[in-house]
Write a protein that binds this ligand. Structure first.
Ligand code: NAP
Length: 278
């Protein structure tokens, strides 16, 4: 499906591609009794110890889980692989799930499969929901969590966008709002501009009339990447090597010196941000 929104999102790990449709369905539970409801058997991406993801992650069957009175069982439609997901598995991210048997993944979009008898939120089978705030364990096929974890979202947006709406776009928004009071006409500079956060910065800045100066790394395809970022609304895009000049600010032309800089990379790429700042 051709995305209808300008936000270009990371490719999502599609756990259940065949269910990522606009069709509503009311699936049957795998089993239930008068007193209890259970999720269907699930598959999860788990780890027992921290380390390189390709060495410590495994896919495992998870037995059915009881919903309880206020539990909601959802079927995951798509969940992204964010850098922080990798860092959590590696054990280098400050907030991470307890071991052993930690289920990876932190955001994603799901479809309500069944609700417990005392659930009061207006959630029905077929609704699309996201965990908000994001919560651990989205790399699994069925999840049971309390009703207050799940927030209903529109189901007429591309599944990849719904799956990635919490972590990166909101980070971009908060970075633009929380540090410097920017007004239309001001400029910001960032490196790692092809990242999803970077692409969100470009688009959110554009709608506020804030100019963006973007730095990307030198690599095959950097010309296409420049073009793509400009189509998203970037005012200027430089590869790192283009900024290897004596007076880097001379390259800004008519753009104002940036009032705020975002560093996603470190090292020399971070010094370039500093050199360009107002
Ligand atoms: N709340 C938070 O604190 C928060 C939330 C979200 C994200 N983040 C952080 O924001 C950053 C971007 O996240 P994302 O999900 O948007 O990332 P992403 O889409 O995975 O993009 C990764 C970016 O890093 C660049 N990159 C990779 N290796 C590089 C290298 N060796 N040298 C220079 N650039 C390199 C990539 O450039 P190419 O296109 O050239 O490959 C791309 O721009 C990450 O550091 C992430 O942890 C923080």
């Amino acid at each position: 499906e051709k995305p209808r929104h300008p936000v270009a999102m990371a490719s999502a790990l599609r756990l259940m591609p065949s269910t990522a449709t606009r069709l509503r369905f009311r699936p049957r539970l795998s089993f239930s009794t008068a007193a209890s409801l259970f999720s269907p058997p699930s598959k999860a991406v788990l780890y027992d110890q921290h380390g390189p993801p390709d060495q410590v992650l495994r896919v495992e069957d998870v037995p059915p889980v009881e919903l309880g009175e206020r539990g909601v069982c959802v079927k995951m439609l798509a969940a992204p692989i964010n850098p922080s997901d990798i860092n959590r598995v590696q054990g280098v991210y400050p907030v991470r799930p307890p071991l052993p048997a930690a289920v990876a993944g932190y955001e994603g979009v799901a479809q309500v499969h069944a609700v417990g008898p005392a659930v009061t939120r207006p959630l029905s089978p077929g609704d699309w929901v996201i965990p908000s705030p994001p919560s651990f364990g989205t790399w699994q096929t069925y999840i049971v969590k309390p009703e207050d974890v799940w927030h209903k979202v529109r189901d007429d947006v591309p599944v990849e966008y719904a799956a990635t709406v919490t972590v990166n776009p909101l980070t971009a928004l908060r970075m633009l709002q929380d540090f410097v009071k920017l007004k239309p006409g001001d400029a910001v500079v960032q490196n790692g501009s092809t990242s999803i956060v970077g692409q969100c910065v470009i688009q959110l800045a554009k709608v506020q009339g804030i100019r963006t100066i973007n730095i990307i790394r030198d690599r095959p395809g950097s010309e296409e990447a420049k073009e793509k970022l400009k189509q998203l609304g970037a005012d200027e895009v430089f590869t790192k090597s283009q900024l290897d000049v004596k007076n880097v600010k001379s390259l800004l032309g008519a753009l104002p010196e940036p009032a705020l800089g975002f560093n996603c990379v470190g090292g020399n790429a971070a010094s370039l941000i500093l050199k360009l700042l107002r």
